[in-house]
Design a protein around this ligand. Sequence first.
Ligand code: CTP
Length: 497
Amino acid sequence: MASITIRNLNGKTKKWLRVRAAQNGRSMEEEARLLFDQLQADENSNIATPAESGPPISNASLQIEPVSMTGQTDEVAERLRGSIAGTGSEILAGKQVLLVITGGIAAYKCLEFIRRLRDRGASIKTVLTKSAAEFITPLSIGALTAERVYCDLFSRDDEHDVGHIRLSREADIIVVAPATANFMAKMAHGLADDLASTIMLATNKPVLLAPAMNPLMWQHPSTRRNRQILANDGLYIIGPGTGEMAESGESGTGRLLEPIEIVKAVEILLDDRPKPLAGMRAIVTSGPTREAIDPVRYLSNHSSGKQGHAIASALAHAGADVTLVSGPVSIPDPEYVSVVHVETAVEMKQAVDAALPADIAIFVAAVADWRPANSADDKIKKAKGEDAPAITLIENPDILKSIGTLNENRPALVIGFAAETRNLIKNGRAKLKRKGADWILANDVSADAGVMGGDLNTIRLISIDGIEEWPTAKKQQVASRLITKIVEFFEKESIEI
Ligand code: CTP
């Protein structure tokens, strides 16, 4: 029997597969196998839909507009990008979705969207604009929703009790899919000249827009302006996706996202389950430290803070009360986290000590092991004929070790990283023991691996129970996976109690 070796694929395909696998948090082999499965499933089906049993859509592929007056949109975007999305089919059971379909060729995808919502126990009422009815019939939608389809603002049957107000209020969420450029423009300017647009003005419920249009229309300054207005008004906007358009020969950004991706966003917005780390306090260190040689020079390293900040953010989204002690980095402070900015290892230790007690402490910072014994008050000058100055170094406090080996006030879960360029497991195991950590997340920081400063990370989780190998993934996904482990740890602890 023939076999395919990933190593033998051409370079471009290999790179594409690596990125795709990383985005989905899978190994390259697993990704390739799922792609073949999906191809086969698609061939067996007349409608090209991602099979329910096929690869889950990566949260990382979803985009939600980042601006909102309430800050909610940022939170959802962060969760979609892979912190604690935690979608589950039970979230939609008994929920009411009002689906507004506006006139675009992608309207046909709504049938699949409705089916998936109903599979999850949601009930769906639908409003069609006049132009949507040119693309899809009320009959097919009514058959799938098992509800009547609403089209007319001045319908005698529906408006005897001001039906547009009722429709806009009894839903748990309103989803507009596809949302055309025209409908977005109407919403941005508060027009209400048909049933769909009147409902949008009359609602006090969350609204999720899934735009779909020609790429040039999406790029147009008017559409960009309107999108920004809607995001500022607190609406959630998901997509559009990039790829081939329905019009022949057109491609770019403008595709309606796949129905399953829109379902996931709905689940996230309606997820009112209690947060798993609510009531817990966490401390995270992140970034490098800087150890002054003189007022203008320092010793430091290439740490970007991306991994530590992603972990702090994911902990906060899981409900923990988080103090992030950050060395100097150029990325923004994560939301919903108290950030203490420090420069040196000594300051970092003081900030960590001040943040105790905590239930969880995670030491992600690349702390400088040594600092100059004396930092000059003035800039050190070159003097003709003199040798280069010698810098005497003294050891910095080991912050992780000081917390991991505490007798009193030790957090229930102490996690360290091991930044290694060789003997990853051996050195990681030694650090686990020496520093009194419960887990060590060992990663290869040699220049080739591109971890320091990069967006991806490959982790080996070392504990007394053994070693877990995690596939290469985005740092947000590593954070997400770590949160899942932490939640499991505390669940086990509470069962044992
Ligand atoms: N760490 C710390 N304080 C230090 C040094 C390291 O808290 N002064 C923490 C790091 O945040 C990380 C773990 O200890 O969680 C391991 O850091 P690493 O740089 O890999 O190891 P070192 O202890 O510095 O040892 P070495 O440089 O010899 O590998």
